[in-house]
Design a protein around this ligand. Structure first.
Ligand code: DC
Length: 225
């Protein structure tokens, strides 16, 4: 039997969203990138002037904010549309100021509680590829197939650096590398649901591999289940 619930965790720029989307497409499953929820809360907090370091205020915002992730509503290369209280924030949540502030927001326990509850609801129907940092470990520990994608920090920084250039937001490689190290550090050392290899997950090291090579390995795993 094919796995119905598939989780993909791993550090930033390890290939989770590229592989997750392609795998979901092939299997006819829903693709859900949970990082967008933390990003939406962060962007709206920045926009509404809620201080990021004010845990209570950010948590209250997460409780109030209505986040919707739908199939793309505009053909501009997006994988999905993200709405926050009805406003299209799909591209805003990719801004550098969100990159710089989302890790602290995702350390807040109250924020995580709200997000996890919504994510479990989305996954309840199965036939889903859910991507994030704590999906196989906390959100869906009983998933049918759990994957953990990894790559060296230098390779991941290079990928992000290339992505930013393509989007017309060039940045110095050294800066991107420093930011990547900082995010890795916060994501893997936070007290609640830190990034780690979930029990029972298959680790795929994507360093030096093409997207096609990673996809073929992942496909093999999904067919073997
Ligand atoms: O995958 P991403 O870069 O869009 O994730 C943004 C941030 O959200 C990242 O710092 C880790 C956090 N995150 C998380 O804590 N748990 C998840 N399930 C997904 C993302």
């Amino acid at each position: 039997m094919k796995p119905s619930t598939i989780t993909i965790d791993g550090p930033a720029a390890s290939g989770k969203s590229t592989i997750g989307e392609l795998l979901a497409q092939e299997m006819g499953y829903l693709y859900f990138d949970t990082g967008v929820m933390y990003r939406a809360v962060t962007w709206i907090a920045l926009k509404r002037g809620v201080p990021i370091e004010d845990e209570a205020a950010v948590t209250a915002l997460a409780h109030r904010l209505h986040i919707d992730v739908t199939t793309p509503t505009v053909e501009d290369g997006r994988q999905y549309t993200v709405l926050a209280d009805g406003e299209d924030v799909t591209w805003s949540i990719r801004r550098p100021e969100v990159d710089a502030n989302v890790s602290p927001v995702s350390t807040y326990g109250g924020v995580r509680e709200v997000m996890v509850r919504q994510q479990r609801r989305v996954a309840a129907g199965g036939r889903i590829v859910m991507v994030g940092r704590d999906i196989g470990s906390v959100v869906l520990p009983d998933a049918d197939l759990k994957l953990y994608l990894d790559a060296t920090v230098e390779e991941r920084a290079k990928r992000r650096w290339r992505e930013l250039r393509q989007r017309g937001r060039p940045a110095a490689y050294e800066e991107v590398l420093a930011m990547m190290r900082r995010r890795d550090d916060i994501d893997s050392h936070r007290a609640i649901a830190p990034l780690r290899v979930p029990t029972g997950a298959v680790v795929v090291d994507t360093t030096g591999l093409t997207v096609a090579q990673v996809l073929s390995r992942v496909r093999e795993l999904a067919e073997k289940e």
